[in-house]
Design a protein around this ligand. Structure first.
Ligand SMILES: C[S@@+](CC[C@H](N)C(=O)[O-])C[C@H]1O[C@@H](n2cnc3c(N)ncnc32)[C@H](O)[C@@H]1O
Length: 277
């Protein structure tokens, strides 16, 4: 592989066993969300982050959206990333003490109640079991005052029966080596409502994470060439990526990317009343 400029998460796990997103990162792919940069831009536009906003990002990964949020110069930016090596990468983009990246789980951030005006997370809820998805959404609700915005960018399922949903879940878990449990749009909206949010906007895009055109659009020409070159040089990782792409292709009529923008409802009781720290 072309040597990476910095350490990557799960570097010492063989490519055949590592979580799919970290195999991609090791091959120097930086955009790891299902709707790509175009859907992220729609999310950021809808959130309209400005200088008075206090932003919390769940699971920034390699920090691509973190950089976009920081360009808006929010009053505060806090990232919550559970993978220490990824958190260290995000810290490289931070400039002063109003900007922090905490190594923690999004369901237990340790942050104070209502400390944020905007919370968002991409490609992180789909990989959690439903109970944990709900806990993370409730944590987002705890961090926001009524009217605060929460955005998610996730994998969603279309035109599925319960049996097909289960088959896709099993196939994704087997191939991605994470507990991938995507939901239908209605299920995402329902879970958000249960957690205390009212949905205000929804955007969708094809799930084309491993399609060459999307890779070129997301990564740019040079970075894409690095990625394809790395793939060619690394047969074990190539095999993993080929398996992942085959599953995405197999279920392409049932997989989609979704961004949901939601607003915290008034009168929602917190699961945990104050910060956990
Ligand atoms: C598929 S990557 C997406 C990274 C980035 N958001 C993106 O879209 O490019 C999933 C990220 O979620 C992080 N993650 C997963 N579960 C988490 C949790 N419960 N709390 C914090 N981070 C989590 C992983 O460490 C990883 O960085």
């Amino acid at each position: 592989m072309i040597p990476l400029s910095q350490p990557m998460p799960a570097e010492n796990i063989p490519a055949s066993k590592a979580p799919g997103h970290w195999v991609l990162a090791r091959l120097d792919k930086r955009i790891l969300r299902p709707g790509g940069l175009a859907l992220t831009r729609k999310m950021m536009q809808a959130l309209n982050i400005g200088p008075t906003d206090k932003v919390v990002e769940f699971a920034p990964g390699l920090g691509v959206t973190a950089k976009m949020a920081l360009e808006k110069k929010p009053a505060r930016y806090t990232a919550i990333e559970r993978e220490p090596v990824a958190a260290e990468q995000v810290r490289q983009y931070l400039n002063d003490k109003t900007q922090t990246c905490i190594t923690a789980s999004a369901q237990k951030t340790g942050l104070a109640d209502q400390c944020a005006t905007v919370v968002y997370g991409e490609a992180m809820l789909s990989m959690q079991p439903d109970g944990q998805k709900f806990e993370i959404m409730r944590e987002a609700a705890r961090l926001l005052p009524a009217g605060g915005q929460y955005a998610i960018h996730e994998l969603s399922l279309v035109k599925v029966t319960p049996e097909l949903q289960e088959s896709i879940h099993e196939a994704l878990c087997r191939t991605l080596h994470v507990g991938a449990t995507p939901l239908t749009q209605e299920q995402w909206v329902y879970l958000l409502a249960q957690a205390g949010f009212k949905v205000t906007q929804i955007f969708t895009a094809p799930m084309a994470l491993l399609e060459p055109v999307r890779i070129m659009r997301d990564e740019g020409l040079l970075q894409s060439l690095r990625f394809f070159f790395n793939l060619a040089l690394h047969p074990e990782a190539y095999c993993r990526i080929a398996q992942m792409r085959a599953i995405f292709q197999k279920y392409k009529n049932h997989l989609s990317a979704i961004v949901i923008i939601a607003e915290k409802q008034a009168g929602i009781k917190n699961l945990h009343s104050t910060a956990h720290a």
